[in-house]
Write a protein that binds this ligand. Structure first.
Ligand code: HEC
Length: 489
């Protein structure tokens, strides 16, 4: 239930306010039609969902020109120069069950869009110069896409889907709309902005060398794992705040490690700093060897161990095993050396949003849609046994983090509260109340004496974890003008 909201709603916020690139003009034009600019986006929007490269309906894969022209189980649905003889146009115009997209998925294509496809076929159904017929059109469309400029002043609050303290603990980096925002912890003021390609960051973590890794993307469109150097010089100022160009300045964007077909949700750096793992909506976990530095990073493993989106990954202290949590209702443990799954923890029986591993490796803690924080350990032989469940939350628990010295677990989610439990005894030690909306992100500073939480409504709160006192609150949306209510579909 919640994971659907998790996906949909995050994407809605700010879409209205963003300077999204205009969709391909969907009416006949005086100019020749361009396949990649005019037709491919239309197919992507209306057809790729069923005619993608994985298990396409009617074995008809429309994501490459070559397979588009093969026509799946039928023959080439296009007759060059002759829209009236092209089966593709027949199915777009059909009024019976043969109509594409099928009736159950909604309205037919508009007359303007159909006329555009007809014009393209009438002009010979040509593909743009240089476009190979074997090229993945999704990749090609991503190349043509560029992120909108960052907003001078936000008209809507942006959800804080990820946040992290800088290694010196003095600043807090938060996810914005196509940007990262850097705040001074002592004053709660904005000190730096970094424009990025991703619409939102879903995970942020610092590497031992002081570079920042971000996982994110655009839901349903692309996934991104990139490494940034926030100490690089700014490209310009916006309302007197320095703005770094993390989109194309190689001093800021040190390396893009991954381009995926869907959003990346999570990251983990191994305790020895030599490995980086990421997981996302393509169900995959990727692991890089970063021991020779980020420029020399090498993808070593692509793990397909979950049947649905991967929301969380966490290294064990042995730098070899990797815990993961998924929408497929399980948490799992993977052995990198043996290259096999060594345990499955099914007790949540609901999507699992977060997993962490105790510093000595003797227990894992996972949270999910079942409103529980569950402690469990490995029993060998594929087994994972629950030690205890920690209830108390009135809604989905989305995040769990642990303290470096104290036996403390912090968890938070849909009921707006943050709970602190004793990891060993399970008791709730205290509750941090005050957020007015879902809490989506949590982080502790390196010293462990400041807790940051980020909300759906853009609210950042800084707390003293020892007594639960609020030390600061501010909204993470630069120059927010109107405090509009945030719609949750
Ligand atoms: C909701 C899923 C869905 C969407 C969206 C969809 N299709 Fe299909 N399409 C199908 C299925 C299912 C078949 C297979 C029918 C069969 O094998 O009998 C099919 C078959 C086809 C065929 C093969 C011809 C035929 O008569 O079987 C063509 C051509 C086609 N689709 C074009 C399109 C185009 C163009 C779009 C986008 C405008 C589109 N489809 C969107 C589900 C979909």
């Amino acid at each position: 239930m919640f994971s659907r909201i998790f996906r949909k709603a995050f994407g809605l916020i700010l879409v209205a306010a963003s300077a999204q690139q205009a969709m391909a003009q969907a009416t006949p034009t005086a100019k020749p039609v361009s396949f990649i600019r005019d037709i491919a986006p239309l197919f992507k929007e209306n057809c790729f969902g069923c005619h993608g490269s994985k298990n396409p309906k009617g074995k008809f894969d429309m994501t490459k020109v070559e397979s588009l022209r093969k026509g799946g189980t039928k023959e080439d649905p296009i007759v060059n120069g002759k829209p009236d003889e092209s089966h593709l146009i027949d199915v777009l115009k059909a009024t019976d069950v043969s109509r594409m997209p099928p009736k159950e998925t909604g309205a037919p294509l508009s007359a303007g869009k159909i006329a555009l496809v007809e014009q393209w076929i009438a002009e010979g159904a040509k593909v743009d110069q240089g476009l190979d017929v074997k090229t993945d059109l999704l990749k090609e469309l991503r190349k043509l896409w560029s992120p909108p400029a960052i907003l001078g002043k936000y008209a809507f609050p942006v959800s804080v889907t990820a946040l992290v303290f800088t290694p010196d603990g003095k600043q807090l980096v938060t996810s914005g709309h196509h940007e990262l925002c850097v705040w001074d912890v002592a004053t709660g003021t904005l000190v730096k902005r970094v424009s990025i390609r991703s619409r939102r960051a879903m995970a942020l973590t610092y590497l031992p060398d002081g570079k920042l890794v971000m996982a994110g993307g655009r839901p349903g469109e692309e996934g991104d794992v990139s490494v940034y150097d926030l100490s690089a010089p700014p490209a310009r100022q916006e309302n007197n705040i320095p703005v770094l160009n993390g989109v194309s300045d190689p001093k800021v964007l040190v390396k893009r490690l991954l381009e995926a077909d869907d959003e990346v949700e999570c990251l983990s750096v191994s305790p020895d700093g030599k490995k980086l793992a990421a997981g996302g909506c393509d169900r995959l976990i990727q692991v890089w060897d970063i021991s020779a530095g980020i420029p020399q990073a090498k993808l070593t493993d692509t793990i397909e161990n979950h049947a649905d989106w991967v929301f969380s990954v966490a290294f064990f202290p042995d730098n070899n095993r990797l815990g993961s949590a998924s929408r497929d209702k399980t948490a799992k443990v993977w052995d990198l050396k043996a290259k096999e799954s060594i345990a499955t923890f099914p007790e949540h029986q609901n999507p699992v949003f977060g997993v962490i591993v105790k510093a000595d490796g003797s227990a894992c803690y996972s949270v999910g849609d079942d409103k529980q924080v569950r402690a469990w350990n490995l029993t060998g032989d594929q087994g994972a046994k629950q030690i205890r469940a920690m209830g108390g939350a009135a809604g989905s628990v989305l995040k769990v983090i642990q303290h470096g010295k104290e036996p403390w677990l912090f968890s938070a989610g849909a009921d707006t509260k943050i709970r602190l439990n004793d990891r060993e005894k399970g008791d709730q030690i205290r509750e941090f109340a005050g957020h007015k909306d879902y809490v989506l992100s949590l982080a502790l500073n390196p010293a462990g004496d400041l807790l940051a939480s980020g909300g759906w409504d853009g609210e950042i709160r800084l707390w003293n974890p020892k007594d639960g006192k609020l030390t600061k609150a501010f909204n993470a949306s630069p120059g927010l003008q109107v405090s509009a209510p945030v719609a949750k579909p």
